[in-house]
Design a protein around this ligand. Structure first.
Ligand SMILES: NC(=O)c1ccc[n+]([C@@H]2O[C@H](COP(=O)([O-])OP(=O)(O)OC[C@H]3O[C@@H](n4cnc5c(N)ncnc54)[C@H](O)[C@@H]3O)[C@@H](O)[C@H]2O)c1
Length: 307
């Protein structure tokens, strides 16, 4: 158990579910929950700690931003939740000022120079770019959850609909974690063969539309996403902790692929102990490339409104 993870927003639903996913996996050494609501973070940490005699020898604590100082990964889940009919980008005005104050707090507490920042709060691609530019850190040390959760949902929903084993579905969502996300059917497979040979164009559209709407559906039915986002966060943190070089659709600052420059969003990205190791520019259908470029333009437009 190698690394310490600090979760800022760890008292909230996403942060505490991520902490539980990390506890269940037993890969990381230490989990520190930080939250503006200190009691809530302390309560979540205590609840997790009560299970540690069953789950494993991890250190589980709660505290202030000072407890992020020696963290290897700082995962930021603090912020407001999206309302059912609100786009993720509409959240921007509510979450930007919270996010900047968190970055200020972290900076004041002298994070490790090699720490990796994992942004989860929405709008995740905009806040990831803000973390890169506001902190002035090497861009490779900053990533966002991006479309990791959307990709997990997409695979799981294709599998459920087609009665296929979920872990054998390989299908990506790229671009923005939000309205302009792009389904990638050109490379989608199950057990090594093409999913487009199995699914009609109508079925493909239906499955993507359901995937895209499923975040809002979870919010409407239970208040907010928890378990699936928790395991998605754990998937990324484990790639960092174990230096696996796993290729994940995290959000990072793109400089070159598909002609995109400066935007943070999701492309197939090699993730390891140094953070973003490499971004792949894979061969896609022309309409997928143009949708990815449109997604970058949508994000750039929002970004330009921030200044
Ligand atoms: N990227 C993704 O795939 C994804 C998926 C689901 C949710 N989210 C986002 O995650 C965020 C959290 O969602 P949630 O459901 O856990 O909300 P939540 O309200 O349950 O938790 C948010 C927590 O942040 C804390 N907080 C607020 N300001 C803070 C500050 N300055 N410092 C420290 N803590 C602070 C709150 O006290 C609260 O405990 C939202 O922005 C949501 O949109 C992202």
């Amino acid at each position: 158990m190698s690394i310490k993870v600090a979760i800022v927003g760890g008292g909230g639903r996403v942060g505490s579910n991520a902490a539980f996913a990390l506890q269940c996996a037993g890969v990381v050494r230490e989990i520190a929950l930080i939250d503006a609501n200190a009691d809530l973070a302390a309560g979540e940490a205590l609840d997790l700690l009560h299970g540690s005699s069953i789950m494993g020898n991890q250190i589980i604590t709660s505290g202030t931003a000072a407890s992020a100082a020696d963290a290897d990964v700082v995962c930021i889940t603090a912020g407001s939740r999206r309302k059912p009919d609100e786009s993720r980008l509409d959240l921007i005005n509510r979450n930007v000022s919270i996010f900047k104050s968190i970055l200020d707090d972290l900076r004041a507490n002298n994070l490790r120079r090699d720490a990796i920042i994992l942004v989860v709060s929405n709008p995740v691609d905009i806040l990831t770019r803000m973390a890169v530019e506001y902190l002035g850190w090497p861009a490779q040390q900053v990533m966002g959850l991006g479309t990791v959760l959307d990709t997990a949902r997409f695979r799981s929903m294709i599998a459920a609909d087609q009665q296929l084993p979920p872990a054998q579905i390989k299908a990506l969502i790229l671009g923005e974690h939000g309205d302009s996300m792009v389904p990638i059917w050109s490379t989608a497979t199950v057990a090594g063969f093409s999913l487009t040979s199995l699914l009609s164009a109508n079925k493909q559209n239906e499955l993507f539309t359901r995937t895209k709407g499923s975040g809002a559906e979870v919010i409407k039915r239970k208040g907010g996403a928890g378990y699936a986002v928790g395991v998605s966060i754990a998937e990324v943190i484990h790639a960092i902790a174990l230096d696996t070089n796993e290729i994940l659709p995290v959000s990072s600052q793109i400089n070159g692929p598909y002609g995109v420059r400066g935007t943070c969003f999701s492309l197939p990205t090699v993730v390891g102990r140094q953070g973003v190791v490499k971004v792949h520019e894979i061969e896609l259908w022309p309409k997928e490339v143009s949708s990815i470029q449109a997604s970058a333009r949508a994000l750039d437009e929002t970004w330009s409104k921030l200044a």
